[in-house]
Design a binder for this molecule. Structure first.
Ligand SMILES: Cc1ncc(COP(=O)(O)O)c(C=O)c1O
Length: 411
């Protein structure tokens, strides 16, 4: 019997909890505390982290900032994106990917995703290009790099900036090239749920010296290298990351390689188990993906084939002891923010009607099909993955009882 109906749950033990930390973080944090060098300009932790993270991600430059939202905006501003420019973004992503564009006073244009990979569809990008298009922001959704070969071909052909939103993709790689170095510039988040975290933080990565200098200036109040202290060259801000975060990140970075390999192996194992059930479609691994970061383990559920609707399946899985969620409730153009164009001082004159924008693939995921499991579930032993697979199998076996109880509840 399903746990939802009073049966014994598949799993009673907790999964791996997140974040993971230990003596190394304590030692480094205390050292920073006692040094009195708490700010980016005082100590060496953030600087060390910038070098290490950038090198690990195939880049000469890393510019640490306070989160993965401002990192996107700073990257756009550094590239000179601004009023009247259009920037192509996916509709299936966290809101920041698109609001960063609005905050650069540019116009987000949505291009639908590919339902197999959940990443932006290069054909939809091509269809969205206009003479005003200046940039594309592919998101490496759930930690799998977007189709950057196709996206860079489009970017080169049209002279566009490719900004990778790699908030989910620390240490991911495509064709053995790391995320963050696949486009012209990359952006990562270190917010608490992320695969590399210090609570709140972000970084910009690039091999472009000019973009790097502009980002560093915008991150540091418009100062320029070689300038005097109170000399400010552009509208900017203080987006510098602090030394406590830098200390934590340096320790977390030591754990990233091994954790990423564990998530990747476990994610592939779970995908192979779940794909064996009717109506379950785990994210398809692209042929060129050499390491998936699995910030999320994401799959699509076809209710007709599986025999029960997504939301009932999620309720049943949770009762079985498997934490999971439906993810985003709306594609971004359908968010109140976009439908009502609640953009404050930005884009005051733009005649935009996001309410009529349709992204059928993304809408389908949000409305009926997506199921997300968090990255920490992939950090345990194989037995954890077997429990997750067994819970899905159990819900499938009891799909008729699940449906019958829904019908009764609705009557
Ligand atoms: C795809 C994506 N982009 C950007 C961000 C923004 O990062 P932050 O929360 O650090 O501002 C997130 C964070 O959730 C994200 O998932």
């Amino acid at each position: 019997m399903l746990a939802l109906h009073g049966g014994a749950p598949t799993r009673t033990r907790p999964f791996t909890s997140w974040p993971i930390f230990g003596d190394a973080e304590e030692v480094r944090l205390l050292r920073t505390l006692r040094s009195g060098n708490w700010g980016r300009l005082d100590g060496a932790e953030v600087e060390e982290f910038e070098h290490r993270f950038a090198a690990m991600h195939g880049c000469r430059h890393g510019i640490a900032v306070v989160n993965g939202t401002v990192s996107l905006r700073i990257a756009l501003l550094a590239a000179g994106i601004g009023a009247e420019d259009e920037v192509i973004v996916p509709p299936y992503t966290f809101v920041s990917t698109a609001t960063a564009v609005v905050e650069a006073n540019a116009v987000p244009v949505f291009a639908d995703i590919d339902l197999r990979t959940f990443n932006i569809d290069p054909a939809a990008i091509e269809a969205a290009i206009t003479p005003r298009t200046k940039a594309i922001i592919p998101v490496h959704f759930a930690g799998q790099p977007a189709d950057m070969a196709a996206i860079m071909r489009i970017a080169d052909a049209h002279g566009l900036l490719a900004l990778e939103d790699a908030a989910h993709a620390h240490a991911a790689s495509d064709g053995h090239r790391p995320a963050g170095s696949l486009g012209h510039i990359g952006s990562f988040s270190f917010q608490s749920s992320k695969n590399l975290t210090c609570g709140e933080g972000g970084i910009i990565t690039t091999n472009d010296d000019r973009l790097a200098a502009a980002c560093r200036s915008i991150q540091n109040c418009g100062r320029v290298e070689g300038g005097i202290w109170y000399e400010h060259h552009r509208i900017a801000g203080n987006y510098r990351l602090g030394e406590f975060q830098g200390a934590v990140l340096n320790c977390q970075l030591d754990r990233l390689e091994e954790q990423t390999n564990t998530r990747d192996a476990n994610g592939q194992y779970l995908a192979s188990r779940l794909a064996a059930l009717p109506g379950l479609y785990p994210q398809v691994r692209s042929a060129s993906c050499t390491r998936h970061a699995y910030h999320l383990f994401m799959l699509r559920l076809d209710a007709r084939e599986f025999g029960a609707p997504r939301d009932a399946v999620i309720a049943a899985l949770k009762a079985e002891g498997i934490p999971c969620s439906p993810g985003y409730g709306f594609s971004l153009p359908q968010q109140p923010l976009f439908r009502q164009r609640a953009f404050g001082p930005y884009l005051p004159d733009a005649a935009l009607d996001y309410g009529s924008v349709r992204c059928p693939q993304s809408d389908r995921l949000c409305r009926d099909e997506a199921i997300w499991l968090g990255q920490e579930l992939l950090l345990g032993p194989r037995q954890d993955l077997d429990d997750i697979a067994r819970a899905f199998e159990k819900v499938y076996e009891h799909r008729e009882a699940l449906n019958a109880s829904r019908v009764k509840a609705e009557a």
